[in-house]
Design a protein. Structure first.
Length: 499
């Protein structure tokens, strides 16, 4: 475990340094020299700490190198078109993000031998879908970092680049040339998603339909600014973005359904794994969903083979693989960082809180309070750094809603499926099937809005220095390291990942 921790932390340190400071080859060579010094010291004084330091610096060099290779210049053929009115043909690669009057459409385009993804900002339309071949026109520009009112820098360019988007096409227009072919897997997954959301809209009014859709497959676009603010202020925003908690609930429900059949255990687990992959694909392959899905697949493999499952090792291994795949997840994807921090808190801090709450006697409340405290404690430093918002009602609000989230997911799934299958022929049945989802969604909204009415429900802090983030996580690591926990961490810890 110590070796894996040194490997992951070293690789992440290299990515962090290169992503923010672009230090280049001298630091890479310096990290290798430190690794050589550490291993030389180990030969003289064979202590484990020197070998761990060797692994750390070697992987730090690896993280520096991987990030350097990731940082490619913008394609010159497209760079020549900057600040000009241009037109391209390409394929829509992800769901358009709908704003009040515009749609932001990621389109993969090719010019000669060069290929890139542009984000076309066009008038709002519902006619676009993943896999459509389109012609987009507009003014080509480069995205830039900006500073908010509180002085926080948001690296918008790098945030887009983590998804492969290198250019903006502003003041644009779009025309569909050909709809996605039936055999396109991304297009099929997107169709399932939109058919499900349309089914929810048949059985539920707004904002309950959007809330139900967000709880099942993530998304906040239909909630409206006031309700979104209520969920953020109350500390409940994690239930409307796809998270590890949602993914593990899906895994559990699938296992329950398959377990009720006569299928052999291993075949049922394979079915659960396939369902997980489809669910993550339908939701859009976000970094948080991929992280949670990968951990869930490892857990399902452990169940199928009868091996022990260590959530801590699974988390570290998955984080390492994801950073190798895309190093920009670490610095430029806040949702990924929050997801990892929350899961780490549940693995290493929740047992500590459980022991301190033993006097509650009730196992349910011990687990509920401990996991809520662990998740909140582990994400607060990042939330303060990223947004400066500290919710003072997050813990009681989460305790009120977390027990009903699995039921809300199940009821919302039933409502969406019933609406999709029966909405046009038996709308009354679809609306009756959606009644439980409506009541549960209403309860969640009442809790979120009620929590925001509490005096001093949230504090907005000025810029939170990154040095304080390091100090805060250093203190949490020191607290967690005071106790040694079993390496066979229970799957229930990761099931409760709330960010």
């Amino acid at each position: 475990m110590s070796a894996l921790l040194a490997i992951v932390s070293g690789f992440a340190a290299g990515i962090f340094v290169e992503s923010l400071f672009i230090v280049g080859w001298p630091t890479f060579v310096f990290a290798l020299l430190l690794a050589g010094l550490s291993v030389g010291t180990w030969f003289i004084v064979p202590r484990q700490s020197y070998m761990l330091a060797t692994l750390f610096f070697l992987l730090m060099a690896g993280g520096l190198l991987r990030t350097t290779l990731w940082q490619t210049p913008v394609p010159s053929l497209f760079a020549a078109d900057l600040r000009h009115r241009v037109a391209y043909e390409g394929v829509v690669v992800a769901d358009p993000v709908l704003k009040d009057a515009t749609a932001r459409v990621p389109v993969r385009v090719r010019r000669g031998e060069a290929e890139t993804i542009i984000l076309a900002i066009v008038p709002r339309t519902n006619d676009l879908a993943v896999g459509d071949t389109v012609r987009v026109s507009g003014t080509l520009s480069l995205p830039e970092a900006f500073t908010d009112e509180e002085g926080r820098i948001f690296h918008y360019d790098k945030w887009l680049e983590k998804d492969g988007i290198r250019f903006l096409l502003e003041f644009g227009n779009v025309r569909v040339l050909q709809h996605a072919p039936w055999y396109s897997l991304p297009a099929s997954l997107a169709r399932i998603k939109h058919r499900f959301l349309a089914g929810l809209a048949i059985g539920l009014p707004e904002p309950y339909a959007s809330l139900a859709g967000g709880i099942v497959i993530g998304g906040k676009s239909g909630l409206g600014p006031e309700l979104q603010t209520a969920f953020v202020t109350s500390g409940l925003v994690q239930i409307i973005v796809l998270s590890g908690y949602n993914v593990m609930i899906v895994a559990d429900w699938v296992l329950i359904v398959l377990g009720a059949t006569a299928l052999p255990r291993r075949l049922a687990l394979v079915g659960a794994a396939v369902a997980l992959l489809l669910f993550v694909g339908i939701a859009g392959f976000s970094a948080t969903a991929l992280r949670a899905g990968a951990m869930a697949l490892i857990a399902l493999y452990a169940r199928a083979t009868g091996r022990s499952y260590a959530a801590s090792r699974a988390l570290l291994a998955v984080v390492l693989l994801m950073l190798v795949w895309n190093p920009y997840y670490l610095v430029f994807d806040p949702s990924f960082d929050l997801s990892v921090a929350a899961t780490a808190g549940l693995i290493w801090l929740a047992p500590l809180f459980e022991r301190g709450l033993a006097r509650l006697k009730s196992p349910f409340w011990i687990n509920a309070v401990a996991t809520t405290l662990a998740a909140q404690a582990s994400v607060v430093p990042l939330l303060l750094y990223d947004m400066g918002t500290l919710s003072l009602v997050a813990i009681p609000a989460n305790l009120l809603v977390l027990p009903v989230v699995p039921l809300t997911m199940a009821a919302s799934a039933i409502a969406g499926i019933a609406g999709a299958l029966l909405g046009t022929i038996m709308p009354v049945i679809a609306m009756l099937a959606a009644l439980p989802a409506y009541l549960l969604s209403l309860y969640l909204i009442l809790v979120a809005e009620g929590a925001t009415r509490v005096p001093f429900a949230a504090l907005t802090l000025p810029v939170f220095p990154f040095a304080l983030v390091v100090v805060a996580y250093g203190a949490l690591i020191a607290l967690a390291s005071r106790k040694r926990f079993s390496m066979t961490d229970q799957l229930r810890l990761t099931k409760n990942a709330s960010i």
